[in-house]
Design a protein around this ligand. Structure first.
Ligand code: NAP
Length: 430
């Protein structure tokens, strides 16, 4: 346990020295009244909402958003302590996926669940405040984390309500701010690597995996997960991210900004799985890097499905995307003997249990690049929109509570003299 804490501290020190951790303090732009639990007469809460799609100007703070009450037996209501942003939030703010997501929200009639006001934010770390009568795994007061599905109201709000299946107990040794950086990228990486890539804890030790785009949210998480599972991991990233991805365990790193990443990768031993977080022209050069006729798989997270349904409509867009996927899958299996697949985020609370265990064992660390207070959600969006992410951007929603929790976490991390000594030794070695 002591070495776990030492590793974690060294990681944070490295992050700080590399200028990776920034804190943005700001003035409250709307008077908030954060409660442990919505009182019986509280019917509205604070949230950042959008009432139309567009640029950052559409983000609006509101104190009049209805509290998302528990309405079914399997739901839990969570008081949000921290949320984090993903590229999907920027895209959804602009209307990405609107048609398909609205169909998922209201399959029968749009009146069931109006599109606006819409709350963005896909990650939550917080505390359970209410449970439906059939909830068996959670009770009020439990600290939890979850990835909020894009068809549900998001976590840039005081409260969010999810089904029990979507929620998991939070890692004990992470603050809410740290914990909020993980669930959405973890759920996406698990879905892509396990469901599409065919990897798992027990089958990865002799596998060579290439992660295209290793320095962002999905990449920094995937490197750690694959290393925890024993895989050999090669990563492409910018020159100035090499220290970060190596620190997370990457075995080999290719700087794509130096030009011709394909050329550098072609001289390496071929790969069993490629996880593509970038898209662009990657497909054109990456398929030849896979081992032919041995079950190897290329999985891309950048798919045209939602763009197609937005521009062509639900039926034509889905059919078009399906045909494109089938065509590429058939071409690649016939001509190269490799599988071509699309990866998608999938809600899976129980899968986050495995991630919690890896986090509590010190095998997966949160990579928080920037933090913003709840009053500065537009600034957090701006930061993300600038690109060049190095891990995640987190929004602290319930600041006061979190400061106390942070102190508690810090005291747990440094509670034994042995661990402090080991921390010092590890720091010296690094
Ligand atoms: N299908 C799904 O369900 C799903 C779910 C989650 C995410 N996604 C998608 O997956 C992608 C990755 O997500 P994320 O959260 O990791 O994004 P992110 O946090 O924005 O990270 C992207 C990273 O890629 C780096 N990069 C940019 N161009 C690159 C290139 N040509 N080669 C290598 N690295 C490059 C960026 O840094 P530099 O620019 O400084 O190099 C940045 O670190 C996004 O497109 C996202 O929309 C899809």
């Amino acid at each position: 346990m002591a070495s776990v804490r030492a590793a974690r501290l060294v990681h944070l020190l490295k992050g700080k020295s590399a200028g990776l951790i920034q804190t943005f303090q700001g003035r409250t732009s709307f008077g908030r009244n954060v409660f442990g639990c919505p009182s019986r007469w509280q019917s509205s809460m604070s949230a950042w909402v959008i009432d139309q799609y567009g640029t950052n100007e559409v983000l609006r703070p509101s104190q009049e958003v209805p509290v998302p009450a528990v309405t079914s037996a399997t739901e839990v209501m969570i008081k949000v302590h921290a949320a984090s942003l993903n590229p999907l939030d920027i895209a959804m703010r602009g209307g990405y996926g609107a048609k398909l997501l609205q169909l998922r929200r209201s399959p029968v009639s749009v009146k069931d669940r109006p599109e606006f006001p819409l709350i963005l934010g896909r990650d939550v770390s917080g505390v359970v405040v209410d449970c439906g009568s059939g909830v068996t795994h959670f009770s009020p007061g439990d600290e939890v984390w979850a990835a909020v599905p894009p068809w549900k109201q998001g976590s840039l709000a005081e409260f969010v309500t999810l089904t029990e299946y979507e929620v998991c107990h939070k890692p004990k040794l992470l603050s809410h701010t740290e914990a909020a950086s993980i669930p959405y990228v973890a759920s996406t990486a698990l879905s892509a690597l396990v469901n599409a890539g065919g990897l798992c804890r027990d089958s990865s030790s002799n596998k060579r995996v290439l992660i295209i785009g290793g320095s962002g949210g999905v990449g920094t998480f995937s490197i750690q997960l694959l290393k925890a599972w024993g895989a050999h991991v090669t990563v492409t990233c910018s020159h100035n991210a090499e220290g970060l991805v190596r620190g997370l365990g990457a075995d080999e790193v290719v700087d794509y900004t130096a030009g011709d990443p394909a050329g550098h990768l072609e001289v390496m031993e071929k790969f069993d799985v490629i996880l593509d977080n970038i898209g662009e022209d990657t497909e054109e050069w990456a398929m030849g890097l896979l081992k032919p006729w041995s079950g190897s798989k290329y999985v891309t997270l950048v798919t045209p499905l939602l763009l197609n349904t937005d521009s062509m409509g639900l039926l034509e867009g889905t059919l078009n995307a399906g045909c494109s996927l089938q065509t590429k899958a058939i071409q690649n299996i016939i001509s190269r003997g490799v599988f071509y697949r699309w990866g998608f985020y999938a809600p899976d609370g129980p899968a986050l249990d495995e991630i919690r265990n890896l986090v509590d064992a010190g095998k997966i660390l949160p990579v928080v690049e920037a933090q913003f207070p709840f009053t500065q959600v537009p600034q957090a969006f701006q930061k993300l929109e600038q690109g060049h992410a190095r891990g995640k951007t987190v929004v602290r929603v319930a600041e006061d509570d979190d400061m106390q929790a942070e102190e508690l976490v810090q005291s747990i991390r440094t509670e034994t003299p042995e661990s402090e000594q080991e921390v010092q030794e590890t720091v010296k070695q690094n």
